[in-house]
Design a protein around this ligand. Sequence first.
Ligand SMILES: [Zn+2]
Ligand SMILES: [Zn+2]
Length: 489
Amino acid sequence: MVVQDLVPEEVRMRGPFSDKLGRRWTCPCGREHEISTRWADVDPAALERLPARLRGEGWRGKVLLVADEVTYEAAGREVSHILKGSGFGVKERVFPLPLKATEERASEVLREVGPEAGLVAAGSGTVNDLAKWAAGLAGKPYAAVPTAASMNGYTSPISALLVRGVKRTVPSPPPVGTSADPDVVASAPRKMAPAGYADLRSKVVADVDWWLVGWLFGEYYCPFPREAIGFWEGELNGRLSGVREGDPEAVGALLRALLDSGFGMAVAGTSSPASGGEHLISHWLDMRATLRGGEAALHGEQVGVGTLVASTLYGMWLESDPEDWKTTLGTPSSEELCRRYGPWAGEVETELRRKALSPEMARDLIRKLREGWEEVREEVVVRWVPPEVLKEELRKVGAPTRPEELGVPWDVFREALLYSREIRGRWTVLDTAYLVGILPDRAEEALERAFGGGPAAASSGGPGSYRGAFRGRRGRPFPARRGGGWWGG
Ligand SMILES: [Zn+2]
Ligand SMILES: [Zn+2]
């Protein structure tokens, strides 16, 4: 292919997907996989090469460039200049900040789409989601110009939007290619790459969730995405301080790993290999922030902290005695959901109903797990990374390792742990923890084990600052609250 030939051998992306871009292959899992994205160019000359690559895709005439005011300065202006210099017309849609990936903003992008050959998203998660969603609906191709190694969504076949206040992932065609200058990516705000690393590491628990769903419910599972992430574990291990310090080489390697993680979702045809219970915790915190009009922490930062507690739940499950399993999996009433989610209770209830189990079904699942425990235990152990190991990595990379570092009080995080399973129909470790009775009763223990001591031990919180509220709700599932919405309304 002509465009491939424009890229010198030494700068082509190394990694598990290097030889799979734009190709179809038969996987040992038995399925044919296809990656439609044709390039993942992370290189100082990547932006210069973009016009030739787009031409190789048949793009002619005009493109619609989407950015926000910061990412426009970081890369958008340069991309626009390069495209114009090589004969493309460029229409720009530059969003002012603050910007959220909502259905409304995405519709604004969609309305901008005219006779352009395609869209170019110069930005990180939010800009990428908006452009990907709009391009998908408009039936136009899009190319991604990542400006931060902050998450893995660039190359995924989905876009994540807030739809009526609830985080929803919508299928959207992945980009035709991604072009990133490591110097640009490394100069993103300092906490973005650590957040990206945390998002990457969440895959080790998301993969266990996905594997278990396959085992429990006979759903499809492919080991390739986890193997790809395993490759990057090795590559990134010696680069953690480089990621923290914004070293272009280290951050560039992280971005390549994140792009591969997105390809893993394309392989799976679902976000399952990249999004389990730890992501529900993050989505729940996002929803809470939206409903309260507050600011959530970065996606990856929340996901990293969620990963520590998800990994802890797996650890608690692994050391449990199957004879002690007794399900606490119940379905909260509509009133409870109304109290918790206010105007979004209906959305939540629909999701929750998708995985509701009758008491008989729960008993059957427990029986199945008991009978297969030897195999299940072994498979989970192989995939699982203990929370201590993950926490040490997050520390080295400079990502948050405690709820308080996200600006989330301990007792609110405990609620995220208890309730975030409700907001999505996907089965995750949070459901498993209820199925075998670890949650809600041992929620405090899980938090203490994940974060090394209760709120009193937090460096950022005052001594015992959250203790009263935290202890006051000990062990009470779905606490009935009087008056006011759960969201403070
Ligand atoms: Zn496969
Ligand atoms: Zn993520």
